[in-house]
Design a protein around this ligand. Sequence first.
Ligand code: DUC
Ligand code: ZN
Ligand code: ZN
Length: 479
Amino acid sequence: MSLLLKGGTVVTHEMTFQADVLCDNGKIVAIGQSLNAPDGAEIRDVAGKLIMPGGIDPHTHMQLPFMGTVAADDFASGTAAALAGGTTSIIDFVIPNPGQPLMEAYHQWRDWSAKAMANYSFHVAITWWDESVHADMQTLVEEYGVNSFKHFMAYKNAIMATDDILVASFSRCLELGAIPTVHAENGELVYHLQRQMLSQGMTGPEAHPLSRPPEVEGEAAHRAISIAATLGAPIYLVHCSVEESVDAIRYAQNKGQHVYGECLAGHLVVDDSVYQDPDWDKAAAHVMSPPFRPKKHQDALWQGLQAGTLQTTATDHCAFCTAQKAMGEDDFTRIPNGTAGVEERMAVLWEKGVNSGKLTPNEFVAVTSTNAARIFNIYPAKGSVTVGADADLVVWDPDASKTISAATQMSNIEHNIFEGMQVTGLPVLTICNGNIAWDNGTLLAKAGDGKYIDRPAYAPYYHALQKRRQLATPVPVVR
Ligand code: DUC
Ligand code: ZN
Ligand code: ZN
């Protein structure tokens, strides 16, 4: 099917210009003035609207089995929410149980994700280590298009990766041309502080941020960056939420290290006062890790994005209903950790970033789409508006407004961390693989329309890194 977008303004990460955009057979086939529509093409007048690359959310957890339950948005409802918000691709996570073969877990997630309505890919978590993990990482990179592996430095006695695993896995990533990513929180400290809170009778959600203070994240961020530096590996820190992480990343980047940082739409605009809500359900709805932070950290995250220290924005979309959150009514450590946001990320970034003057529209494109595509090696097929690229686009109305509310969201849960926020700037059309998937409030995509995204290994880039590492290798002294 052909689709011609007429009279819009194309906004990419580097330029803004008036053009029509013609899509055919899932690709962008022409960009220019006064394009003619081929026979049978659908024509949409998008005058006054912006044509941007579809959003890429590099951090979601659809249908995740976690903390004794399963996240309430599956790959169908979660990607429907993504499309409603202008996001055409997600990168989710395969998280094997400790001891579970990586390939078994990977195939399990591929089965679950077959009903996705938007495009999807997977980081694979390294939650344990033996020779089979070492071997399966190669299979995943070379045969299944996985170029990133995730390490949870928290969640002791569950999926935590200890330092020996980080060292083994980061080294393996470097050999394979994959990038290691980390959830940076010191799991030992979290465990210790959780026990301390409970022993003092603090069992409610207000204890959650106290058990995970900024130092817990800062220490782990430093440690992960230092391990990567020692091995000569690049590293990507997911959901940076505190000034300490931004500072650690900036310091390492200034030394020439390849360090990338992600922040979440939620951490940019929601602060830790939410845990003081006298309504237990509302406070528990905000329990996620890392937790929401005192306001000064929001300034550090925005500055990190503006300066390019942080490159990407994500959501960690991991939705739990009120009844699921209630599993922790007597013990905050049992509240399933997670909040949603895949539907709101782009609108929140536009409202609080572009409308406030913190980001230009081009920078908005960079931090919501292009940078993720570049870091995870799928650019320019994704994250660009160029001839030959995949026709994953969002048509954005900078004047459309709404008030965010759980009552009108696509997600399967009853609450929304952005509840009541007035946003101006919304998607009117979301185009995924050349098809209109979201049409001004109507979901047109069907389960299974999403495509798996293969992400190739980083060969040329790694060659340079490995060369540098070899040069730094001391020559043994012959005596
Ligand atoms: N944090 C969450 O809040 N949920 C899922 C996993 C994570 O690290
Ligand atoms: Zn995490
Ligand atoms: Zn996560």
